[in-house]
Design a protein around this ligand. Structure first.
Ligand SMILES: NC(=O)c1ccc[n+]([C@@H]2O[C@H](COP(=O)([O-])OP(=O)(O)OC[C@H]3O[C@@H](n4cnc5c(N)ncnc54)[C@H](OP(=O)(O)O)[C@@H]3O)[C@@H](O)[C@H]2O)c1
Length: 306
């Protein structure tokens, strides 16, 4: 099969588009013919060697949409020909390929109303947004949340999910993306280059930070006493607040079928619109990584694999 892989860590130039052996379905797994796979910020971090040591060649990519091509022993709820989508097991890469093997229990059937390109685009961002907003922050109707980095993939989903749950949403973006995040439903939008969000915002019940660094650390300032903040771009630990009356949280983005079914429901019911998508071929992976690593595009970059 064709795949995009690395044989050493480095910049986008280490991405190779070439041939690797087809995967085989072990017990409990299916092999899927990948129709689409998306680029996530984690992919260029893996490529650059920011995560634990890998075995090479390492195929990158975490989420996909495709068609079941083979079924391993013990899988009785999916069959050859089913359209499915999902996110590889935590710590596993391998979606930038024509085929992948994955545990059947952590993927979901793709509804006909959701195109493969769209399903691949929302799989990991939707899972992350649901795990953070619903399972970790437990955001309630009527609460106010600041979502940092509104134009990014995860935040694009999170803004709409928070609005769907009946929360008031404040978000940050650069000038070029203000209209985009308003279109996603944000009630208040801060141009973070013109305005210091810690002066513009206060009294929030919750923060969802997708940016990291200083932005993460400063985010505690906008919380009201008893507020909670969730961080997904600050490594495996949430930053430590300088005040004692707020709760820092680091969501566990566990893979499972149920939250993917919720992603499918939210997107097909119209509660969440699929973010803007820019399409690439697998052979254009290096260019897609340059754009993603630039950290200022909006929406999602998706590979049309077949
Ligand atoms: N399981 C997990 O823990 C998990 C899962 C998914 C993602 N993540 C992490 O979460 C982060 C976000 O992922 P993603 O895929 O959503 O990212 P992304 O799509 O690459 O985010 C890019 C966006 O960030 C915005 N941005 C950059 N700097 C900003 C700033 N200072 N303030 C506000 N917005 C800013 C940019 O918008 P502007 O051009 O408007 O600045 C751009 O649209 C990444 O670090 C990723 O690794 C973790």
């Amino acid at each position: 099969m064709k795949a995009v892989f690395i044989e050493r860590f480095g910049g986008p130039e280490v991405l190779t588009y070439g041939d690797l052996p087809d995967p085989i379905a072990k017990p409990g797994e299916v092999v899927a013919d990948v129709v689409a796979a998306s680029v996530n910020a984690a992919d260029w971090k893996v490529r650059a060697g920011e995560y634990s040591q890998a075995t090479f060649p390492l195929i990158l990519g975490r989420d996909f949409s495709g068609i079941v091509a083979a079924v391993g022993a013990g899988v009785d709820d999916l069959k050859v020909g089913d359209a499915v989508f999902g996110v590889l097991e935590a710590g596993r890469e391998g979606a930038y390929a024509e085929k992948l093997a994955i545990k059947a229990a952590i993927i979901a059937k793709k509804p006909d109303a959701l195109a493969h390109i769209d399903a691949a685009a929302v799989a990991l961002i939707g899972l992350t947004a649901i795990r953070t907003i619903e399972d970790t922050l437990k955001l309630q109707r009527g609460e106010t949340i600041l979502i940092q980095g509104g134009a990014g993939g995860v935040a694009s989903f999170a803004i709409q999910l928070a609005k769907h749950l009946g929360a008031r949403v404040i978000t940050t973006a650069s000038a070029a993306n203000l209209a985009y995040v308003r279109g996603l439903g944000a009630d208040e939008v801060i141009d973070y280059n013109r305005e210091d969000f810690t002066r513009a915002v206060s009294g929030c019940d919750a923060v969802f930070d997708t940016v990291g660094g200083d932005v993460a650390q400063k985010s505690f300032a906008v919380l009201k006493p008893g507020g909670r903040a969730a961080f997904i771009a600050s490594g495996m630990q949430a930053p430590r607040p300088e005040r004692p009356d707020v709760t820092p949280l680091r969501p566990a983005v566990g893979r499972a079928r149920a939250p993917l079914e919720r992603v499918a429901y939210l997107t097909t019911s119209g509660a969440v619109r699929v973010p803007e998508i820019k399409l690439y071929r697998l052979s254009g992976a290096a260019e897609a990584h340059r754009v993603s690593e630039g950290r200022h595009f909006r929406g999602k970059l998706v590979f049309k694999v077949r």
